[in-house]
Ligand binder design. Structure first.
Ligand code: ATP
Ligand code: MG
Length: 571
C-alpha cells in the first residue's frame, strides 16, 4: 500500500468533512473513513493517522469555497452526500380530522413581532395547512392601555414576510357586546360578581385565600353594579369569577374577568370602558370562533382550569387547548415587555435594531424567513423550557445562503499595497465558487491594492503570498504601506491567499451585532462598527441583497442616501 494512495483517499474525505463543517475537517472523522476504506488491506492506524493528520492540516488551510471546488473536481459524489436532513415535521394533533381543524394566532397589537411569535404563528399556521383546515388571525386588542393603531398593520406585514397567510381576520374588540352578554349570564347564574375592593386588598385576599364581602352581594345588586361599571363613571370596580379562594391553583382564586380602562381604544374610541381580561376573552373567543386546537405558551398552564371552568359555566364548546414552551434565546430579549424598555431607554436604535430578535431586526441583518421556519421546526413543540443558542439560527441561515449568496471582496481595516512591475489586468472572477449561474464580475487591477492590515502583520520581507484569484507577489518593503513585487501566476501549494481590493473601492461600514446580554447583564458594546473597503462591484448592489464578503461573513446590503451600509448576519 503506497502512502500516496492513503494520502489521496484522506484528502478526499478531509475535503468532504471540511465542507460539511464550515471549512474545518476533523482528524478523527477522517481517520474513521480512511480505515473503513482500507479495511481489507490490514493497515494499522499507525500507518494512517500521521498521513491523515497532515492532510487535514493542509485542507483546513484552504478557504471553504476552494475546498468545495476541489471536492467537486476530485470526488463530486461526496459533495452530494450531505448529512441527512432530520425530519422536522410536526406531530399529529389529537382528535384532529382533515378539513375540520381550526387554529388561530392571537397577537396583542402592542409591539413588533419577535421570533417567539414566529414560533406560535408558524405552528398554528402549519397545523391548519397540514389538516386542510382554517387559520384565523385574531388581534387580542382588549387592553386599550397597550394597543396602538400602527401595530395592526405592522404585525400583518411581519406575518406575511414569514410566508403566513390567514383565512380570516378579526379583532377581539369587535365582540365586546357579546362578551358583556356572557358576563351578564355569569352574574345571573351567581358565577361572577362585581368587586369594589382596592386592588391591594384583592391581592391580599388571593394571597391569604380569603373571600371578600363583595362575593355575597345579591344578584340584583350585582347586575346593577355591573351596568353601572359599563355606563357610568364608577372607578376601580372589577368583575370576578366566583372561583375558589382556597384553591391550590391560585389562578382560580376568583380571577378578574373584566376591568375598567378609561383610555380611548385606537379603533373604537370611547365606546367602551369595561374590557375583558385575557382569561375571559381568550377562552370565549377560542370557543366562539370555532377554534379546535388553540396553542398557548406553557406559562398559562395554571390558567387552563379557569379557561375550561368559564366555558363550562357558559355552556360553550371546549376546544382542545395545547401548550408549548416559550421560545427563548440566550442573550436576547424574546419578549415585547423586555424589548420595549430597551427602545424607550435608547439602548437599541429601534424595533429593527439588528441585535433584537424581532422579525424586523432579523430581516435587517439578513436572516431569511425560511430559516426562521426551519428553526422553529427544529425546536419542536414540547413543553420543556430551554434557551436556544442563536448560532442554531445562524447555521440554518448559512446553509440556505451558501448556495445563493454572491461572493465579493471586502477588506477590513485596509492597508495600501503597491506592487511594482504589476501587470495591468482585467480579471474575470466568478461570483460564486460552484454555481456559475450567479455570474462573474470583471476586476481591473493596476499596481495599487488594499489588503487587510492584520494579514500583513505576520508576513515579512521576502515572503511570497497570493492575491486571491489573481497572482503571487513578494513583499519588498513594510512601512505605512506595503511594497511588493509581482511573482508570477502559477499556484504555489500552501501559500497564503489574501483578500484584496483594487484601487477603486467603496468605503463601507458594516454593523456587526453581538449578544445584547451577557450573563443577564446588558452589554453596551454589543454593536460593533467595522470599517473597510469593498470592491467596486459592491456599488451595484441593491438594498436587501445578502452577499458574502469572503473571509468576513454574510452581509445584508442597504443603500442609505449615497452610502452603502452592511449589516452582518453571521460568519
Ligand atoms: P410578549 O412578552 O412578547 O408581549 P405575549 O405572550 O404577551 O408576549 P402576545 O402578543 O400576547 O405576546 O402573544 C401572541 C401569541 O404568541 C401568544 O399565543 C403567545 O403565547 C405567543 N408567544 C409570545 N411570545 C412567545 C415566545 N417567546 N415563544 C412562543 N410563543 C410566544
Ligand atoms: Mg401579551
Amino acid at each position: 500500500m503506497s502512502s500516496e494512495k492513503i494520502q489521496k483517499t484522506a484528502r478526499k474525505y478531509a475535503l468532504q468533512n471540511a465542507v460539511q463543517f464550515n471549512g474545518k475537517a476533523n482528524v478523527k472523522s477522517v481517520v474513521g473513513k480512511v480505515i473503513a476504506t482500507f479495511k481489507k488491506e490490514d493497515l494499522s492506524p499507525k500507518d494512517i493517522i500521521p498521513v491523515v493528520s497532515s492532510v487535514v492540516k493542509q485542507v483546513n488551510r484552504i478557504p471553504l469555497n476552494e475546498q468545495i471546488s476541489e471536492l467537486k473536481k476530485t470526488a463530486p459524489e461526496l459533495l452530494q452526500k450531505e448529512k441527512k436532513e432530520r425530519d422536522f415535521s410536526l406531530p399529529e394533533l389529537p382528535d384532529a380530522e382533515k378539513g375540520k381543524v381550526i387554529t388561530r394566532f392571537p397577537p396583542e397589537p402592542n409591539g413588533y413581532l419577535h421570533i417567539g411569535h414566529a414560533k406560535a404563528s408558524i405552528v398554528d399556521y402549519e397545523y391548519a395547512k397540514m389538516y386542510n383546515g382554517k387559520f384565523i388571525l385574531r388581534f387580542d386588542d382588549t387592553n386599550p392601555e397597550n394597543v396602538a393603531l400602527e401595530f395592526f398593520d405592522v404585525q400583518k406585514e411581519d406575518l406575511r414576510w414569514l410566508g403566513i397567510e390567514w383565512d380570516e381576520e378579526y379583532h377581539t374588540s369587535d365582540h365586546l357586546e357579546k362578551h358583556y352578554k356572557l358576563a351578564e349570564k355569569l352574574i345571573k347564574q351567581k358565577d361572577a360578581y362585581v368587586c369594589v375592593c382596592h386592588s391591594d386588598a384583592i391581592k391580599d385576599g388571593r394571597f391569604q385565600g380569603k373571600e371578600c364581602d363583595c362575593r355575597d352581594v345579591s344578584n340584583e345588586k350585582n347586575l346593577y353594579l355591573w351596568k353601572d361599571m359599563i355606563s357610568s363613571s364608577v372607578e376601580g370596580a372589577v368583575l370576578r369569577l366566583k372561583g375558589d379562594m382556597k384553591s391550590v391553583n391560585t389562578a382560580m382564586r376568583d380571577p378578574t374577568l373584566f376591568r375598567i380602562i378609561d383610555k380611548p381604544h385606537p379603533l373604537l374610541g370611547d365606546k367602551y370602558r369595561v374590557w375583558p381580561t385575557y382569561d375571559f376573552a381568550g377562552a370565549v373567543e377560542d370557543s366562539l370562533s370555532g377554534v379546535t386546537h388553540p396553542f398557548r405558551t406553557k406559562e398559562y398552564e395554571l390558567r387552563d382550569e379557569c379557561y375550561f371552568r368559564l366555558l363550562e359555566l357558559l355552556k360553550l364548546r371546549k376546544p382542545h387547548l395545547m401548550e408549548f414552551a416559550r421560545l427563548s434565546i440566550e442573550g436576547m430579549p424574546v419578549s415585547k415587555r423586555k424589548i420595549k424598555p430597551l427602545i424607550d431607554q435608547g439602548k437599541v436604535s429601534g424595533y429593527d435594531d439588528i441585535r433584537l430578535p424581532t422579525l424586523r431586526g432579523l430581516k435587517k441583518r439578513g436572516i431569511l424567513p425560511e430559516t426562521i421556519k426551519q428553526f422553529v421546526f427544529s425546536q419542536g413543540i414540547s413543553k420543556a423550557e430551554s434557551s436556544a443558542a442563536f448560532s442554531l439560527v445562524e447555521a440554518i441561515n448559512r446553509k440556505l445562503l451558501d448556495s445563493a449568496a454572491k461572493r465579493y471582496f471586502f477588506v477590513q481595516d485596509p492597508i495600501k499595497l503597491v506592487v511594482d512591475n504589476a501587470p495591468s489586468m482585467k480579471k474575470t472572477i466568478s461570483l460564486h465558487p460552484t454555481d456559475e449561474k450567479l455570474g462573474s464580475r470583471i476586476i481591473k487591477t493596476d499596481n495599487i491594492f488594499f489588503v487587510p492590515k492584520t494579514d500583513m502583520k505576520n508576513l515579512n520581507i521576502g515572503d511570497v503570498f497570493r492575491l486571491k484569484d489573481l497572482y503571487n507577489i513578494m513583499i519588498t518593503k513594510k512601512n505605512k504601506e506595503i511594497n511588493a513585487e509581482y511573482a508570477g501566476e502559477e499556484l504555489i501549494p500552501d501559500s497564503a491567499k489574501i483578500q484584496w481590493t483594487a484601487e477603486k473601492v467603496i468605503k463601507m461600514i458594516v454593523f456587526v451585532p453581538g449578544l445584547l446580554y451577557e450573563n443577564d447583564n446588558y452589554n453596551p458594546n454589543s454593536l460593533e462598527k467595522v470599517e473597510g473597503f469593498a470592491e467596486d462591484a459592491v456599488s451595484q448592489l441593491e438594498t436587501g441583497e445578502i452577499v458574502q464578503f469572503e473571509r468576513f461573513g454574510f452581509v445584508r446590503i442597504e443603500r442609505q442616501n449615497n452610502n452603502i451600509i452592511g449589516f452582518f448576519a453571521h460568519k
